[in-house]
Write a protein that binds this ligand. Structure first.
Ligand code: NAP
Ligand code: MG
Length: 481
């Protein structure tokens, strides 16, 4: 029997999109001195809202407000008191989760199923997790600090985040920084500022003292003015490796602390003894989750040669069933590409795959007539020297390479300037352990992929950056430990 497809569209009205938004400085929304920007819904290319942006003078004001809050209210406050604010913020995020999920989907283009089931609950989980740490820092194994009060915070943190997980990345920065007693100036990405500004509204609703959290929408120039600001004690950056390197050069010798969460080109290694249907699901989730706009995406499939043909057939059959389209439809698996610039980049890199001789397979699923979309794509016959094997595409494009022995799998997995994550699929525990010990990546998943939990540290090797976010060890990045 044939099943008819019926759309199940979430209502855009749930997002309560305001006609305009403004920067949040010292506890209030202010008129920023920058040129207002228009944030668009990438699924329709229609303008969602006008957003006031910060100027360099606003960066000065926000850093000064954060300094004052650090010295007068937040820094001296006992951890148990700080925890109450963080628990309140976490609860309000959970209460407003449906609104936040729809808003994230509108501003970013990701499927509502993902913003609802992953982004927003994981953001709330990070806030809850770190709220629980605020009064236990002296027990974190990072030093007891003077008088057993726990190790000292650093001071004022400048945080800059990308557009792929706007609310979640904001929570990853804000939760540990505030729990450890620091204050924050956050710059969200230019194309996705809305949920960070609602998070600021939530912080105000929770009674967070003025200046503890400041949110400055704007483009890269404001990010640059923020990370170079002399009033900061620490910079926490998530974004591209190029910008990360530039920030590292600028901070060298200043004594200011830095953590960098940068790009990746992760290998998903499938051995011939793996449960193939399960591995197919993991490989598909690894690269098509969030349209492949994931720093830890499993963008290189390394499949053992003896099963490569069979595996690729299974993979194509499964990918062909992914629904590409309206991100607000609860049935949608692959949503819109966040910006025209990102779509152009994906198109260019895919063309390089053709030019260098890889074989392109494209999902037959029809794309919507308007909006920014790219079909799920697989390149096979990929060689290690090709651009599609080396560069981060940051889109729904999988590159398939093969290997014969475990040694060759490890050598190919490690043949990358990055080192953020990896996946291993095998029925043999000993083989999984052997491989995990040799793959140079911050996170290695075995017989699963894309598992995120606030108790588990996340971060990279080499050009994927340094420092860890989440878990006990993630606290260290915000403490003078
Ligand atoms: P990006 O260009 O580096 O932008 C990241 C942020 O930095 C944005 O807010 C951006 O502002 C700002 N920025 C741009 N130029 C700057 C400068 N010179 N100084 C300071 N800030 C500056 O990265 P993207 O292309 O948006 O994001 C995708 C990248 O992020 C990918 O490489 C991905 O792998 C990485 N990422 C890593 C992780 C991780 O945890 N390792 C997580 C998510 C994403 P505007 O965008 O507003 O101009
Ligand atoms: Mg947008």
């Amino acid at each position: 029997m044939a099943w008819e497809y019926a759309p199940a569209r979430e209502s855009a009205a749930l997002a309560n999109v305001a006609p305009s938004y403004r920067p949040f400085v010292d506890g209030t929304f202010v008129d920023g001195g920058g040129e207002p920007l228009k944030t668009v819904n990438p699924a329709t290319e229609e303008v969602l809202a006008e957003v006031g942006t910060a100027s360099a003078a606003d960066v000065d004001r926000a850093v000064a407000a954060a300094r004052k809050a650090y010295e007068t209210t937040w820094g001296p406050m006992p951890g148990a008191e700080r925890a109450k604010y963080l628990f309140r913020i976490a609860r309000i995020v959970a209460e407003r989760s449906r609104e936040l999920a729809v808003l994230e989907t509108l501003d970013n283009g990701k499927p509502i199923r993902e913003s609802r089931d992953v982004d927003v609950p994981t953001a709330a989980a990070h806030l809850f997790h770190h709220a629980g740490w605020a009064d236990k820092l002296e027990h974190a194994g990072l030093g007891a600090g003077a008088g057993g009060q726990g190790p000292k915070p650093l001071g004022v943190v400048g945080a800059v985040i990308p557009w792929n997980f706007p609310l979640l990345m904001a929570a990853w920065k804000i939760a540990p920084a505030l729990a450890t007693g620091n204050t924050v100036v956050l710059k969200p990405a230019e194309t996705t500022p809305l949920t960070a500004l609602v998070l600021a509204e939530i912080a105000a609703e929770a009674g967070l003292p003025p200046g503890v959290l400041n949110v400055l929408p704007g483009a890269g120039d404001i990010g640059s003015a923020l990370v170079g600001h002399e009033g900061l004690d620490k910079v926490a950056f998530t974004g591209s490796t190029d910008v990360g390197k530039e920030i590292q050069r600028r901070l060298a010798g200043t004594g200011r602390r830095l953590t960098l969460e940068l790009g990746g080109k992760a290998a998903n290694i499938v051995y011939d003894d793996a449960a193939l249907d399960q591995a197919v699901e993991g490989v598909v989730d690894g690269i098509f989750f969030n349209q492949g706009h994931v720093c830890c995406a499993g963008s290189r499939l390394l499949v053992q040669e003896s099963i490569a043909a069979e595996f690729e057939e299974l993979l194509h059959a499964r990918i062909a069933t992914l629904r590409v389209g309206d991100p607000l439809d609860k049935n949608t698996d692959v949503g819109a590409i966040n910006s025209r610039a990102q779509l152009d980049r994906i198109v260019d890199l895919a063309a390089a795959g053709d030019a260098e001789g890889a074989q392109r397979w494209t999902s037959p699923w029809p794309l919507p007539e308007k909006g920014l979309f790219f079909p799920p794509t697989v390149f096979s016959g990929v060689e290690q020297t090709m651009r599609v094997a080396r560069e981060e595409i940051f889109g729904p494009v999988l590159s398939v390479l093969t290997f014969r022995t475990p040694e060759e799998a490890v050598a190919k997995a490690n043949n990358t300037p990055y080192g953020l994550s990896a996946g291993i699929w095998t029925d043999k525990g000993s083989k999984a352990m052997w491989t995990a010990q040799r793959v140079r990546a911050g996170v290695v998943w075995t017989n699963t992929f894309n598992k995120f939990d606030p108790t588990s540290p996340f971060g990279g090797y080499a050009e994927s950056g340094f420092g860890r976010e989440g878990g006990r060890i993630g606290l260290e990045a915000y403490l003078d430990a």
